[in-house]
Design a protein around this ligand. Structure first.
Ligand code: 4AD
Ligand code: MG
Length: 463
């Protein structure tokens, strides 16, 4: 018999149906005459209650093996359940144990484990309620990203993970090399000679697919990438990963206004989709992780984001009756505490900050008429801070060249990027949405390491 998913049975299973399920034991309760075994296959938060009684062949032996963590296939008949909180249960007729799990040494015991401990057993933590909910919601977020862009005619394109350019110019690159690290070839100046390396020049893991997305937008009008990006940022915070996923749309014939509208519509769409498809998981987060999760989601869907310029934001921060750790003054970048004050305390909703000083932003952002600020936009989320970073791009060749020169970026490396401004340039814009920060925001999870299955952070690349 083709096995059924537990979610499917919980939703549509009817008494008297004969079914087979496969999964892992979550809990076992042995009574005198029979045992209750809760089975979970990851399809839903709730498991299916299975009643195993003495009519099942080898009952006594079998029940000994059905410990928490063991895997099994169970066939039987669905019956209406007397138990609280469940409509149906499975009356087992045959049970096959695939793999036992020793009750003493199985690391996931019935008690509550700290997230820190669970990170140390990332090969097993996906079997917990919280991680199950996180990864189902993460999956729903990813599906919503694609449905949003596909419905709007955006082309999904794949940007390279190995690149020779530092798109953000922030110098947080991981080098990719096949040189002998014990004896690297040296130039006359005693520096490592990357011309002898695999690619004939120094190569890195990408920090962003944006520059390549711009190339494709100049042919397909509206495109997006959704892939992993890498940053050798030595920050041990609850919001930074060395490997994270980013969604980067890029739109030709689009300005900063259109960019902000698209970003807001995307976030609304994702929240709506997750509330519709993962109601039990979202309810769980609201009850167990952060009791503002559902209200926040409703708020995202139903109200407009706040909009403010960087200059106005600085004025607000200077007036705030809050002692900040980092200084606030025009020209300095906003720190996480400032971002959170704006989104969490002041506006109490996602806040789009635009028109940052040129000197704190990347070279590709379009210069404003004031000659001091650029057409940047960051979206700040309560509790997280920056979740989206984007801009209208500098489409004017002379402006771009001047900016590149003033920032001492080697112009010859960007010859192809400049070519886009020589041949059929158009106003265009795009942004990057940090996928893990989005999932964090959605679920209320406190640490970004707990919303990606296998986090990579300084000193940690296990599993
Ligand atoms: O603001 P960032 O650096 O923007 C870019 O990379 C642009 N090229 C995007 C574009 O315009 N196409 O990064 C974008 C977002 C941030 O707002 C944040 O959500 C996330 O990526 N992010 C990180 N997430 C987790 N860990 C890190 N170390 C992150 N760095 C950035
Ligand atoms: Mg940014």
């Amino acid at each position: 018999m083709t096995p059924r998913r537990i979610l499917d049975l919980l939703r549509t299973g009817q008494p008297d149906e004969t079914v087979t399920i496969q999964g892992w034991v979550r809990t076992k309760r042995e009574l005198k005459e029979f045992s209750f075994v809760e089975m979970n296959d990851g399809s839903s938060m709730a498991g299916l209650q299975v009643v195993v009684n003495q009519a099942v062949p080898d009952y006594a032996e079998l029940v000994k093996k059905l410990n928490t963590g063991a895997s099994a296939e169970i066939s039987g008949v669905l019956v209406a359940s007397q138990g609280k909180g469940q409509r149906i249960e499975l009356q087992a007729s045959t049970v096959t144990v695939y793999g036992e799990a020793d009750a003493e040494t199985y690391p996931l015991q019935k008690k509550r484990h700290s997230f820190e401990f669970l990170r140390s057993i990332a090969h097993l933590r996906a079997r917990t309620n919280t991680m199950g909910a996180v990864f189902r919601v993460r999956n729903a977020c990813a599906a919503a990203v694609h449905s949003f862009f596909q419905e709007r005619g955006f082309l999904w394109m794949h940007t390279p993970l190995i690149t020779a350019s530092d798109a953000e110019g922030a110098g947080e690159l991981f080098t990719v090399t096949t040189l002998d690290l014990k004896k690297p070839p040296l130039t006359e100046a005693q520096e490592i000679d990357f011309s002898q390396d695999f690619f004939g020049k120094r190569a890195y893991l990408t920090v962003s697919g944006q520059l390549e997305a711009e190339i494709m937008a100049m042919a397909f009008t509206n495109v997006y990438t959704f892939g992993p990006t890498f940053r050798a940022e030595n920050s041990n915070t609850s919001r930074h990963l060395a490997e994270f996923w980013m969604i980067e749309p890029e739109m030709a014939f689009c300005d900063l206004m259109g960019n902000m509208e698209l970003a807001e519509a995307l976030l609304k769409h994702i929240f709506k989709h997750v509330l519709e498809t993962c109601p039990e998981d979202m309810e769980f987060f609201n009850q167990r992780i952060d009791d503002s999760v559902l209200a926040t989601a409703e708020n995202i869907i139903n109200s407009e984001f706040a909009r403010i310029t960087y200059t106005e934001a600085i004025a607000l921060l200077e007036k705030a009756d809050k002692a900040f750790e980092y200084p606030v003054s025009w020209g300095l970048d906003l720190q996480s505490e400032h971002e959170r004050y704006l989104a969490e305390d002041y506006f109490k909703k996602p806040t789009i900050v635009t028109d940052y000083p040129a000197q704190i932003k990347a070279f590709y952002m379009r210069m404003n008429e004031d000659g001091k600020t650029v057409r940047a936009m960051d979206i700040l989320a309560p509790k997280i801070g920056e979740i989206v970073g984007g801009s209208q791009r500098e489409e004017r060749l002379d402006f771009l060249q001047r900016r590149i020169q003033s920032m001492d970026i080697p112009e010859e490396e960007l010859w192809w990027y400049l070519d886009l401004r020589r041949f059929g340039t158009v106003p265009h814009a795009g942004f990057g949405l940090g996928f893990e920060r989005l999932v964090q925001f959605m679920t209320g999870m406190g640490n970004v390491r707990d919303v990606i299955p296998f986090p990579r952070t300084p000193l940690s690349a296990d599993f």
